[in-house]
Design a protein around this ligand. Structure first.
Ligand code: PEP
Ligand code: MN
Length: 338
């Protein structure tokens, strides 16, 4: 349910409504807007009589939200969400680039990559310190030492860090080291992990589960938001299908319905989507055309010797060429690369 306050409702009137909602054993989520505040209500709202809230002073109306995802839905929050970071912001009118190697590698390599990104206007670097690998014998990531490397690269260059949290054990360390916390495809329905990041202050990049429907994906976002963390960025990274020509099937057709149903920004990871570096640029451009708010791209100075996912990773030169093409396409679409 959504309680819409009158245009000039006072802070005291808003507080009174928040108190009344808590007294019903429900959770209020204040959603300040340009002209007026709305208050989302989560919990079991089916039994409550909306008239008990409508009579409170400063309340304009109560609206039932019909979708199973509430805080993530446009019914509750009509305007596009803008996620503000120290380095940049993610949302309408822009195309935010996040790029870097699959895994954190040596300090020298990470610093070189961060400097290259900043010199080319890319303000967010990706790299996993904890890697979810299909085989237990594959490289598992540099772990806590990898987080330290990322923190030092950030301190030296000012670049923002996007890195994956795989389990609740490392939650504090990953939160401290990152500007955006990535939840990987395999963890999209790890509900204890979602609840944990819901309590964090840093934005969450929520990858779509490789077999998740749009509704399941938005319900996963809802878990994070229900905990009080409203800064969720969706990321399409390819789903499982019968294709034998690509690692996954990059489902760009999910973008328009996701945008219709939800106000959350949506990014695309074409690297994991296609799995082969020669096909990444075409799908990156297609993602921009389809309405993505940003791209997550694997880039490495020497991709053939990357610790993981080298086959889908662009070289510095390949990435620079892609940036030029994206800039050319962004302009007629009224978008700016950041
Ligand atoms: C990654 O971004 O390196 C990664 C492991 O992604 P996904 O969870 O999409 O496989
Ligand atoms: Mn990878």
């Amino acid at each position: 349910m959504l309680v819409v306050m009158q245009n000039h409702a006072s802070p005291e009137q808003i507080d009174e409504v928040l108190r009344a909602i808590r007294e019903l054993n429900l959770t209020p989520h204040p959603l300040p807007g340009a002209t007026r505040t709305a208050i989302g209500i989560t919990g079991n709202t089916s039994a409550i009589d909306s008239r008990s809230l409508e009579v409170l002073s400063g309340v304009s109306e109560c609206i039932r939200v019909t979708k199973p995802f509430k805080l993530a839905s446009r019914e509750m929050h009509a305007a596009d969400t803008v996620v503000t970071l120290p380095q940049t912001s993610i949302g309408p009118g822009t195309l935010t680039m996040i790029a870097g190697p699959c895994s954190v590698e040596t300090e020298e390599l990470m610093l070189r990559t961060a400097e290259f990104m900043m010199a080319n206007g890319v303000k967010l670097m990706r790299a996993g310190a904890f890697k979810p690998r299909t085989s237990p014998y594959s490289y598992q990531g540099a772990g806590l030492e990898g987080l330290k490397i990322l923190e030092r690269a950030r301190a030296k260059t000012g670049i923002g860090i996007v890195t994956e949290l795989m389990d609740t054990d490392n939650a504090d360390a990953v939160e401290a080291a990152s500007d955006i916390i990535q939840i990987g495809t395999r963890n999209m329905q790890n509900f204890s992990l979602l609840k944990r990041v819901g309590k964090m202050k840093k934005p969450v990049l929520l990858k779509r589960g490789m077999s998740a429907t749009l509704e399941e994906w938005l319900m996963a976002a809802e878990y994070v938001m229900a905990g009080g963390n409203y800064n969720v960025i969706l990321c399409e990274r390819g789903i499982r299908s019968f294709s034998d020509h690509s690692r996954n099937t990059l489902d760009l057709s999910v973008i328009p319905p996701a945008k219709k149903l939800s106000h959350l920004p949506i990014m695309v990871d074409p690297s994991h989507g296609v799995g082969k570096r020669e096909f990444v640029p075409a799908m990156a451009l297609a993602s921009l055309a389809a309405g993505a708010d940003g791209l997550l791209i694997e880039v490495h100075p020497d991709p053939d010797h990357a610790a993981s996912d080298g086959a889908q990773t662009l070289s510095f030169e390949g990435f620079k060429k892609l940036l030029e093409s994206l800039k050319r396409l962004a302009e007629p679409l009224g978008r700016r690369l950041n």
